[in-house]
Design a protein around this ligand. Structure first.
Ligand SMILES: Nc1nc2c(ncn2[C@@H]2O[C@H](COP(=O)(O)OP(=O)(O)OP(=O)(O)O)[C@@H](O)[C@H]2O)c(=O)[nH]1
Ligand SMILES: [Mg+2]
Length: 459
């Protein structure tokens, strides 16, 4: 784990031009940095009142030359983001001013922060738990109002508190069980045993319910990946453009137009969807087109839904039938017959071989596009749509809750035959450890490191 006793520094705002940039310093030398770098307008030394904004001149401590004018804010430990002394200097935007100040700070026995290191310190010092730390990253990465809302609630400890409640229930059961294990001659009364399992069953059903929210929570966080697949020239790129309402991909009557996969994010009636346009599937002697086809297959492997496009202006080709069968077997699949302004010749054959009715659309006239957006939305939200305000959004959360639930369920079944009270207690303890690890307590270091690697510098 990274050291906590040194002072770190980073530019917290994204690179590029903007009104202001913020240089952030955290650690025991933050006050020293303020003293060395900041002056009042008349050149005298500043004394910063904690948590108040002060107008300052920032100077190079070696030659007292002014680097920029800025607003400085000092937050004294433990009342700061990291629970350490924190100094924030709001200087002019753009790279030069912030970098000059950063260089000056770095010359004062301060080191450059790693990505996410400020938040890591907040976590390691116990100001936030791991779920909250992850929520910070997810708020920064959020692209939709839905995702923002969910992760703001995670930051407000909605999930952490729920996990705490499950832990308490398990803890109560353990106390009960352990007193029985200490004095087995008193026997776990039938009444007590029943109450114990009932209360554990309540916890288990809450956990099960939570797990059920993962599929839409994940969609809200990451978006739902839809790969548009089909033979060359069926109108995949035209469909991408029609769904996105922008001329993003090149469309042409020449088969084999698209080579690279083209990705675009759309909002399908409220559902965040990542559309991936791909090269037409065919065997080609052209090296570049063949690479395009392997990329299309890779996109299919990574997609949550395969959207296969057929050409309504002609009958199905034999290789198209085989392709359709193979892709449909692979999982979530949706068939559309395009170019219905020219006919729907392919529709019956598609229904015949796949046993599903294709949606009939025309990328050209936009007929059926709204219906298709509705179908995509339904698939993205797994039909039922948002079931709770607080879904699980990360695989890590899902895995931890599921591991804990398994232990609780085993514990319950052991309790139902009271001879195994000590084995049941072991399971409940294990479940508690899984939940603690979800909150970040006792979580393996490499998992914690991986989480903070996702962060940007300065957060
Ligand atoms: N009439 C009609 N023509 C369409 C429709 N959709 C696409 N086309 C035409 O079909 C041809 C191929 O369209 P693309 O969108 O490039 O097809 P593609 O599937 O992306 O083709 P590749 O990238 O080569 O695999 C173009 O000439 C389009 O204008 C439609 O709904 N109706
Ligand atoms: Mg194309």
């Amino acid at each position: 784990m990274r050291a906590l006793d040194d002072t770190i520094c980073a530019v917290a705002t994204p690179p590029g031009e903007g009104g202001i940039a913020i240089v952030r310093v955290s650690g025991p030398r933050a006050l020293e940095v303020a003293r060395g770098l900041l002056r009042n307008a008349d050149g005298s030394g500043v004394s910063l009142e904690p948590r108040y904004a002060t107008f300052v001149k920032v100077v190079n401590p070696r030659n007292n030359r002014i680097l920029d004018e800025a607003i400085a804010i000092l937050m004294v430990a433990p009342r700061s983001y990291t629970r350490e002394d924190v100094l924030e200097i709001q200087c002019h935007g753009g790279r030069a001013a912030a970098n000059a100040i950063l260089d000056a700070v770095l010359s004062m026995d301060v080191r450059l922060a790693e990505p996410g290191e400020f938040t890591l310190r907040a976590f390691l010092r116990g100001r936030i738990d791991l779920i909250q730390a992850e929520a910070v990253a997810d708020i920064i990465h959020a692209e939709t109002a839905e995702s923002l809302k969910i992760h703001e609630r995670l930051l407000q400890k909605k999930l952490s508190e729920e996990v705490g409640e499950w832990q308490r229930k398990l803890g109560d059961a353990l106390v009960h069980l352990e007193s029985y294990l200490d004095f087995p001659e008193e026997e776990l009364e039938l009444q007590g045993a029943r109450e114990l399992t009932d209360s554990l069953k309540v916890a288990a059903s809450r956990m099960r319910e939570k797990l059920g929210s993962y599929s839409w929570g994940r969609t809200a966080r990451d978006g739902f990946r839809v790969a548009i697949l089909g033979l060359p020239n069926v109108g995949k790129s035209s469909l991408l453009n029609a769904l996105a309402e922008e001329e993003r991909a090149i469309v042409s009557p020449i088969a084999g137009t698209t080579r690279d996969t083209i990705e675009i994010k759309i909002n399908a009636l409220g559902a965040p969807i990542h559309l991936v346009d791909t090269a037409g599937l065919r065997v080609s002697s052209d090296e570049i087109e063949s690479e395009g086809v392997s990329r299309a297959r890779r996109a299919a492997n990574e997609a949550d839904l395969l959207l296969m496009v057929f050409d309504g202006s002609r009958e199905l080709a034999p290789e198209e039938r085989d392709e359709a069968r193979l892709l449909a077997e692979r999982g979530s699949f949706l068939a559309v017959v395009n170019k219905t302004d020219l006919g729907d010749h392919a529709a019956n054959a598609v229904e015949e071989i796949l046993g599903i009715q294709p949606l009939k659309i025309s990328a050209k006239s936009r007929e059926g596009i709204e219906l298709l957006l509705g179908a995509l939305r339904e698939r993205a939200w797994s039909g039922e749509g948002p079931t709770t305000e607080d879904p699980l959004t990360r695989l890590r959360h899902r895995n931890q809750v599921s591991a804990a639930l398994e232990r609780v369920e085993l514990g319950i079944s052991l309790l139902e035959s009271t001879d195994y009270a000590d084995a049941a207690a072991n399971e409940l303890q294990a479940a508690r450890r899984e939940l603690a690890s979800l909150l970040g307590w006792g979580t393996p270091e490499e998992i914690v490191d991986r989480i903070f690697e996702e962060f940007c510098i300065g957060k």
